[in-house]
Design a protein around this ligand. Sequence first.
Ligand code: GLY
Ligand code: MN
Ligand code: MN
Length: 464
Amino acid sequence: MPNDDKRIYARRRAQFASQLGHDAIAILGTAPERARNRDSDFPFRHDSYFYYLTGFSEPNACLVITGDGHSTLFCQPKDLEREIWDGSRFGPEMAPQALGVDGAFSAAELDAKLPAMLENRSAVWYPFATQQGLESRVCAWLDKVRARIRYGVLSPQTQRDACGLLDEMRLFKDEHEQAIMRRAAEISAGAHVRAMQCSARMLRAGQDVREYHLEAEVLHEFRRHGSQFPAYGSIVASGANACVLHYRADAAPVRAGELVLMDAGCELDGYASDITRTFPANGRFTGAQRALYELVLASQKAAIAVTREGARFTEPHDATVKVLAQGMLDLGLLDSNRVGTLEDVIEKRCYNQFYMHRTGHWLGMDVHDCGSYIEPGEVGQMDERKDPLSGETILNRPSRVLRSGMVLTIEPGIYVRAAPGVPERYHGIGIRIEDDAIVNASGCELISRGVPVEADEIEALMRD
Ligand code: GLY
Ligand code: MN
Ligand code: MN
């Protein structure tokens, strides 16, 4: 690991440690390896909290940090036989120098060493309900500490959830993280461009285009630029499949005259990108498609305009809903004789028939990244309201105030399933436009605009 990177992880560990309490201790494991079938594993993906503090992506590892800032890594020992099959390991001998941690032991020593490390600590922090099996291991270690109480040893009196501290740190992306996220978004944008052009080119050549052809373009583009994985399962939905929110790329034909909704983003060096574009398969929007597309784009522009430092997280969503709801009335998707005015549509959430998800989420190491959506200093200010659709009681707490360095998606959509009273020309059209934004002092930086978003620009790109 380069020295600059070592300093970044060391700084994060120090910031984390400074919040634990001087005589406390924290334990964070990485993710387990998971079997896909029989003796074949899924590709290993580190735990995001663990990686955030170490930059270390080998499996079978655990980080222990004490409140005075001392860090100990437990990692796989050197093992020539295993390294011949699985690849080289740092091993505890190399890890301190390679990663900048203060000390390291073999992961096999975890159960032997942890009880002594927990002795005389006031509190033990670990991520609650996140790392399978960790709670029971902590209990077993605490059990061993308590067995030594008669020798004057003190056992931690408190167990605390490390997620809250780390979620808050991860919510604010430093320069190093922002640089990786810009690059991840740039690669993903290039992948969308490539899929759009492939769709038009294959249809022009009279070929049988399937959703998987476009997914293959995207995956190739991710990988050839060094992305390790897709950040999530790619959605490539042709025609009415776009109205299935969690549709995955499958084998359905991509036909001229229909739209393709593609939601795909790469993961690069542990950071996700998350982009959606909706484009006409052959490069030309029909009138009905363009009308809905322009509406979704206008709603996205309204959301972008209010995404800035000091705004609440809910403001982009509210701005989106206002534009979409008005458009639904104007285009006849909603009948004002039945649903009433714009205010009624918003108040009673009638737009939910065509727009049923939120306008964004935090983006970072995880595609739906961690971080509270409630403003920390205002958690106690709460009011109750009944959701007009489900009848559920909703506890409203003040939404998070956006600050520089937060990264979020802005992703309005419209999904028109065939239904009585819905004009036929819109049936089966599903559109989402999703971009990734870094909040800054003057507004936000859209890092995913390497792929066009204006309807005319998409048509021009697909003509060339
Ligand atoms: N791709 C997942 C999402 O847009 O939230
Ligand atoms: Mn998203
Ligand atoms: Mn997405």
